[in-house]
Design a binder for this molecule. Structure first.
Ligand code: ADP
Ligand code: ASP
Ligand code: MG
Length: 409
């Protein structure tokens, strides 16, 4: 008898009809003798609309209360799902994060799972019940409700699969698997049959939201095989697994974009020891994650320093830096939110020269200006104007020959 953890995303449970369909699918698995733990997201759009409600009161809602509010989205979907399963004659129990003993740290809005106590889930499974767990939420050591960051239900599912030593973790979503580019942007994107944790981690961290980045950290650490597939069809999706020798090391496996970053430049900062520390220390202390950092060579003892943060952290970072700029005697701080990061990813890039120049050439042919570049062994990222994102993704996809036959013709 296999133990399967399944996760259904927001679109998959976006209406009562869809919730009933998910219940039917889960019951089919049970009929085949499997035991099921089902993690659900909030119904499509719910988390956004809860956040909007709180923002009608204040721009920066209290983080503790915002987590209490956001967690209600998943409470609605697990209860409706359990009602649907029971109405079909099968036993089911919904568990919220705290009832499933998902313990996290205390960072509201982006809490990390510290440990999961599986006693309750195992007891309920032993009673032959289907277990529905609310995704995206946990509890801290003072019994406060926490949430795991947007897209965090994937992480709930993979973490549960890891601690329960499940045979498989299936992530059901609104596309048929992981593609060579977002299939909603790039019509010729090709579904990948398999992808390594490492590449998927890179794609996720660069903006492919099909899997939450933290879910991949768990998957990699505990070697949880993940099957990403469609909740609307029965077709095979993409297996996300440990890299193995048979895996073809393609040069570029995907193109990915992220519109969620903003660029900040400190203009004419004095170029002397300790300045980078003075700039970034308050930023890091505020819990802001800084992504790309570029510092120019100094001219006349002055230098420009440019970096990116998420759009959510942009206003706060700008506020912090206005003060820092005065303290260190820099000229000014500039911000730009109309940017996007476009990246290409591939394990095989390690051994190929010329990938970067092909990327730059492709963008230049479309007259797209690159304002920042960053590279690692298996990825190259360029920051461009946001309005060119889709064009950049499509042309890069085509020039690296990633698509289906139609694109190549
Ligand atoms: P869910 O609500 O099921 O968690 P998400 O919206 O979080 O779904 O993730 C699925 C979406 O990820 C797809 O609809 C697609 O637009 C997007 N996506 C971005 N990059 C990729 C990619 N390379 N392959 C598949 N989907 C991608
Ligand atoms: N409902 C949460 C969100 O919209 C978590 C998730 O869907 O994974 O971000
Ligand atoms: Mg998601």
């Amino acid at each position: 008898m296999a133990l399967i953890v399944q996760k259904y995303g927001g679109t998959s449970v976006g209406s009562i009809e869809k919730i009933k369909k998910v219940a039917e699918r889960v019951i089919e698995y049970c009929k085949k003798g499997n035991r099921l733990v089902v993690v659900l997201s909030a119904m499509a759009g719910q988390t956004d609309s809860l956040i909007r409600l709180s923002k009608e009161i204040i721009d920066t809602p209290d983080p503790r209360e915002l987590d209490v509010l956001m967690a209600t989205g998943e409470q609605v979907s697990v209860s409706l799902f359990a009602i649907a399963v029971k109405s079909m004659g099968y036993d089911c129990r919904s568990l919220l994060g705290f009832q499933a003993s998902i313990h996290t740290d205390q960072i509201y809005g982006k809490a990390r799972i510290r440990k999961v106590d599986t006693n309750r889930i195992i007891r309920e499974l032993d009673e032959n019940r289907i277990i529905a767990v609310a995704g995206f939420q946990g509890i801290d050591e003072s019994s406060n409700i926490t949430t795991l960051g947007r897209g965090g239900s994937d992480t709930t599912a993979v973490a549960l699969a890891a601690v329960l030593k499940a045979d498989l973790c299936e992530i059901f979503t609104d596309v048929e698997g992981v593609f060579s580019a977002d299939p909603n942007i790039c019509t010729h994107a090709k579904k990948l049959d398999r992808i390594s944790y490492e590449e998927m981690l890179e794609l996720a961290s660069l903006g492919a939201k099909v899997l939450d980045i933290r879910s991949l950290e768990f998957a990699k650490k505990f070697n949880v095989p993940i099957h990403v597939r469609s909740s609307f069809t029965k077709s095979e999706g993409t297996m996300v697994v440990e890299e193995n020798k048979e895996m073809e090391k393609v040069m570029v496996s995907g193109v990915v974009f992220d519109k969620n970053e903003a660029r900040i430049t400190i203009v004419k900062a004095p170029d002397r020891p300790g300045i980078a520390f003075k700039i970034f220390d308050p930023v890091f202390k505020a819990g802001v994650v800084v992504d790309m950092i570029v510092q120019n060579t100094s001219a006349e003892g002055l230098t420009d320093l440019t970096f990116t943060v998420t759009k959510t952290d942009f206003q706060e970072t700008m506020k912090l830096l206005k003060q820092v700029v005065q303290e260190i005697g820099a000229e000014k701080v500039l911000g730009d939110q109309d940017i996007a990061k476009v990246s290409i990813v591939g394990l095989g890039m390690k051994n190929h020269a010329g990938v970067a120049s092909k990327m730059f050439e492709t963008l230049s042919k479309e007259n797209i200006n690159i304002s920042m570049i960053s590279t690692s062994e298996i990825k190259i990222s360029c920051v461009i104007e946001e309005k060119y994102t889709e064009l950049a993704v499509r042309t890069l996809h085509e020039s690296f020959g990633l698509g289906d036959e139609k694109e190549k013709n």
